[in-house]
Design a protein around this ligand. Structure first.
Ligand SMILES: Nc1ncnc2c1ncn2[C@@H]1O[C@H](COP(=O)(O)OP(=O)(O)OP(=O)(O)O)[C@@H](O)[C@H]1O
Length: 331
């Protein structure tokens, strides 16, 4: 498998005059060409910061303290080493991102035409007419047939589903190698959700775009992804194929997550949820395994020593002391 994005040992710290501690630690991810890769985790697990780090959009108080993020396109580059200007050429062109709430990405003051074609103005040398035609074609592809009318509209005049379609059109118009989708359907109606996921799937197939899907919803991962990394408190705790994760979850956290979707009640409400909360970054500085406080199988060692990420089965890694031989745990 050839790789498009290779994240190695990524760590992110908060650094201000008052605070200095780790948030994201030792993330390793490899996203293959045309692959649909999911990151799943509860709120606060570090999914969004990982995607912002890839886009070089981390807020100033956060910095990458270790690791590399290599984009393996024609001219391979470590994204963490690029200047702001160099990164502008990567964003929108080689990597695009769609957000949960399109209003944060769309400017209320400009028409859809202006915003959709902005990416082309920046990254291509197409004529005005060519850009317009490509824009309309792209809107057609995302299921918007009244393109000319929509061109003249402002974001607030469109429904949430329409705005999300426009944002997908914007993200894919330059045929990026990687599309990062951060909770792309969470703010949408259930009926529209499936349409938008299908649409992203179809477009990524035709354009050979890999997708990094960021979500708290294992159902979305099951529907759209081939591989998955489960994040907990700033670390990846399990990584494997989606099929294997659902069939054979190894980490107690993943087992809890799966249990909670298995017990969905009549109104889509979970009957089981993992007791307790994700610790905050200041809390987990002193912890061994960051899940120890909520884990039903926690042993003494879990509270004091961090487990390694271990290949428990072929192509299946998990970060838990339960996978280590008892003798080795008590050494
Ligand atoms: N600017 C910041 N300064 C300090 N801590 C931050 C900052 N931004 C995020 N964090 C912390 O980093 C951790 C990870 O946040 P992140 O937004 O990546 O989580 P998430 O999994 O994407 O959650 P959500 O689904 O709610 O967006 C959280 O504990 C959060 O409080």
């Amino acid at each position: 498998m050839s790789t498009v994005l290779d994240i190695e040992n990524l760590s992110i710290d908060v650094k201000t005059k008052k605070q200095n501690f780790n948030i994201i630690k030792g993330i390793d991810l490899k996203i293959g060409k045309k692959m649909k890769y999911g990151i799943v985790g509860e709120s606060g697990s570090g999914k969004s910061l990982t995607s912002l780090a890839i886009m070089n959009l981390l807020p100033d108080v956060l910095n990458i303290s270790e690791g590399s993020i290599t984009l393996k396109t024609e001219n391979e580059k470590d994204l963490t080493a690029l200047t702001k200007r160099q990164m502008q050429h990567v964003r929108g062109n080689e990597i695009s991102m769609i957000f949960q709430e399109p209003m944060t990405a769309l400017d209320p003051l400009y028409t859809i035409e202006h915003q959709l074609l902005e990416v082309l103005r920046f990254h291509t040398k197409l004529s005005k007419k060519e850009m317009r035609d490509l824009g309309l074609e792209m809107l057609e592809k995302v299921g918007i047939s009244r393109g000319k009318e929509i061109f003249k509209s402002y974001p607030h005049q469109l429904s949430g589903g329409m705005r999300q379609r426009v944002m997908i059109a914007m993200a894919l118009i330059c045929k990026p190698k990687l599309l990062i989708a951060d909770e792309p359907t969470t703010a949408l109606d259930v009926t529209i959700q499936a349409q938008i996921l299908d649409l992203m799937n179809d477009l990524s197939e035709t354009n050979d775009t890999s997708i990094l899907m960021i979500t708290h919803d294992l159902g979305v991962i099951l529907e759209t992804c081939e591989r998955v990394a489960v994040m907990y408190a700033g670390q990846v705790v399990e990584e494997t194929t989606v099929r294997e994760l659902f069939k054979n979850p190894k980490h107690p956290y993943t087992q809890g997550l799966l249990e909670s979707i298995k017990t969905l009640g009549d109104r889509g409400k979970s009957l089981y949820s993992i007791p307790g909360n994700v610790p905050t970054p200041p809390q987990y500085q002193e912890m061994g395994c960051r899940f120890a406080t909520r884990c039903p199988y926690a042993m003494d060692i879990c509270k004091t020593k961090e487990p390694d990420m271990i290949e428990v089965e072929h192509d299946h890694k998990s970060k838990c002391w339960l996978h280590v031989e008892e003798d080795a745990v008590h050494e």
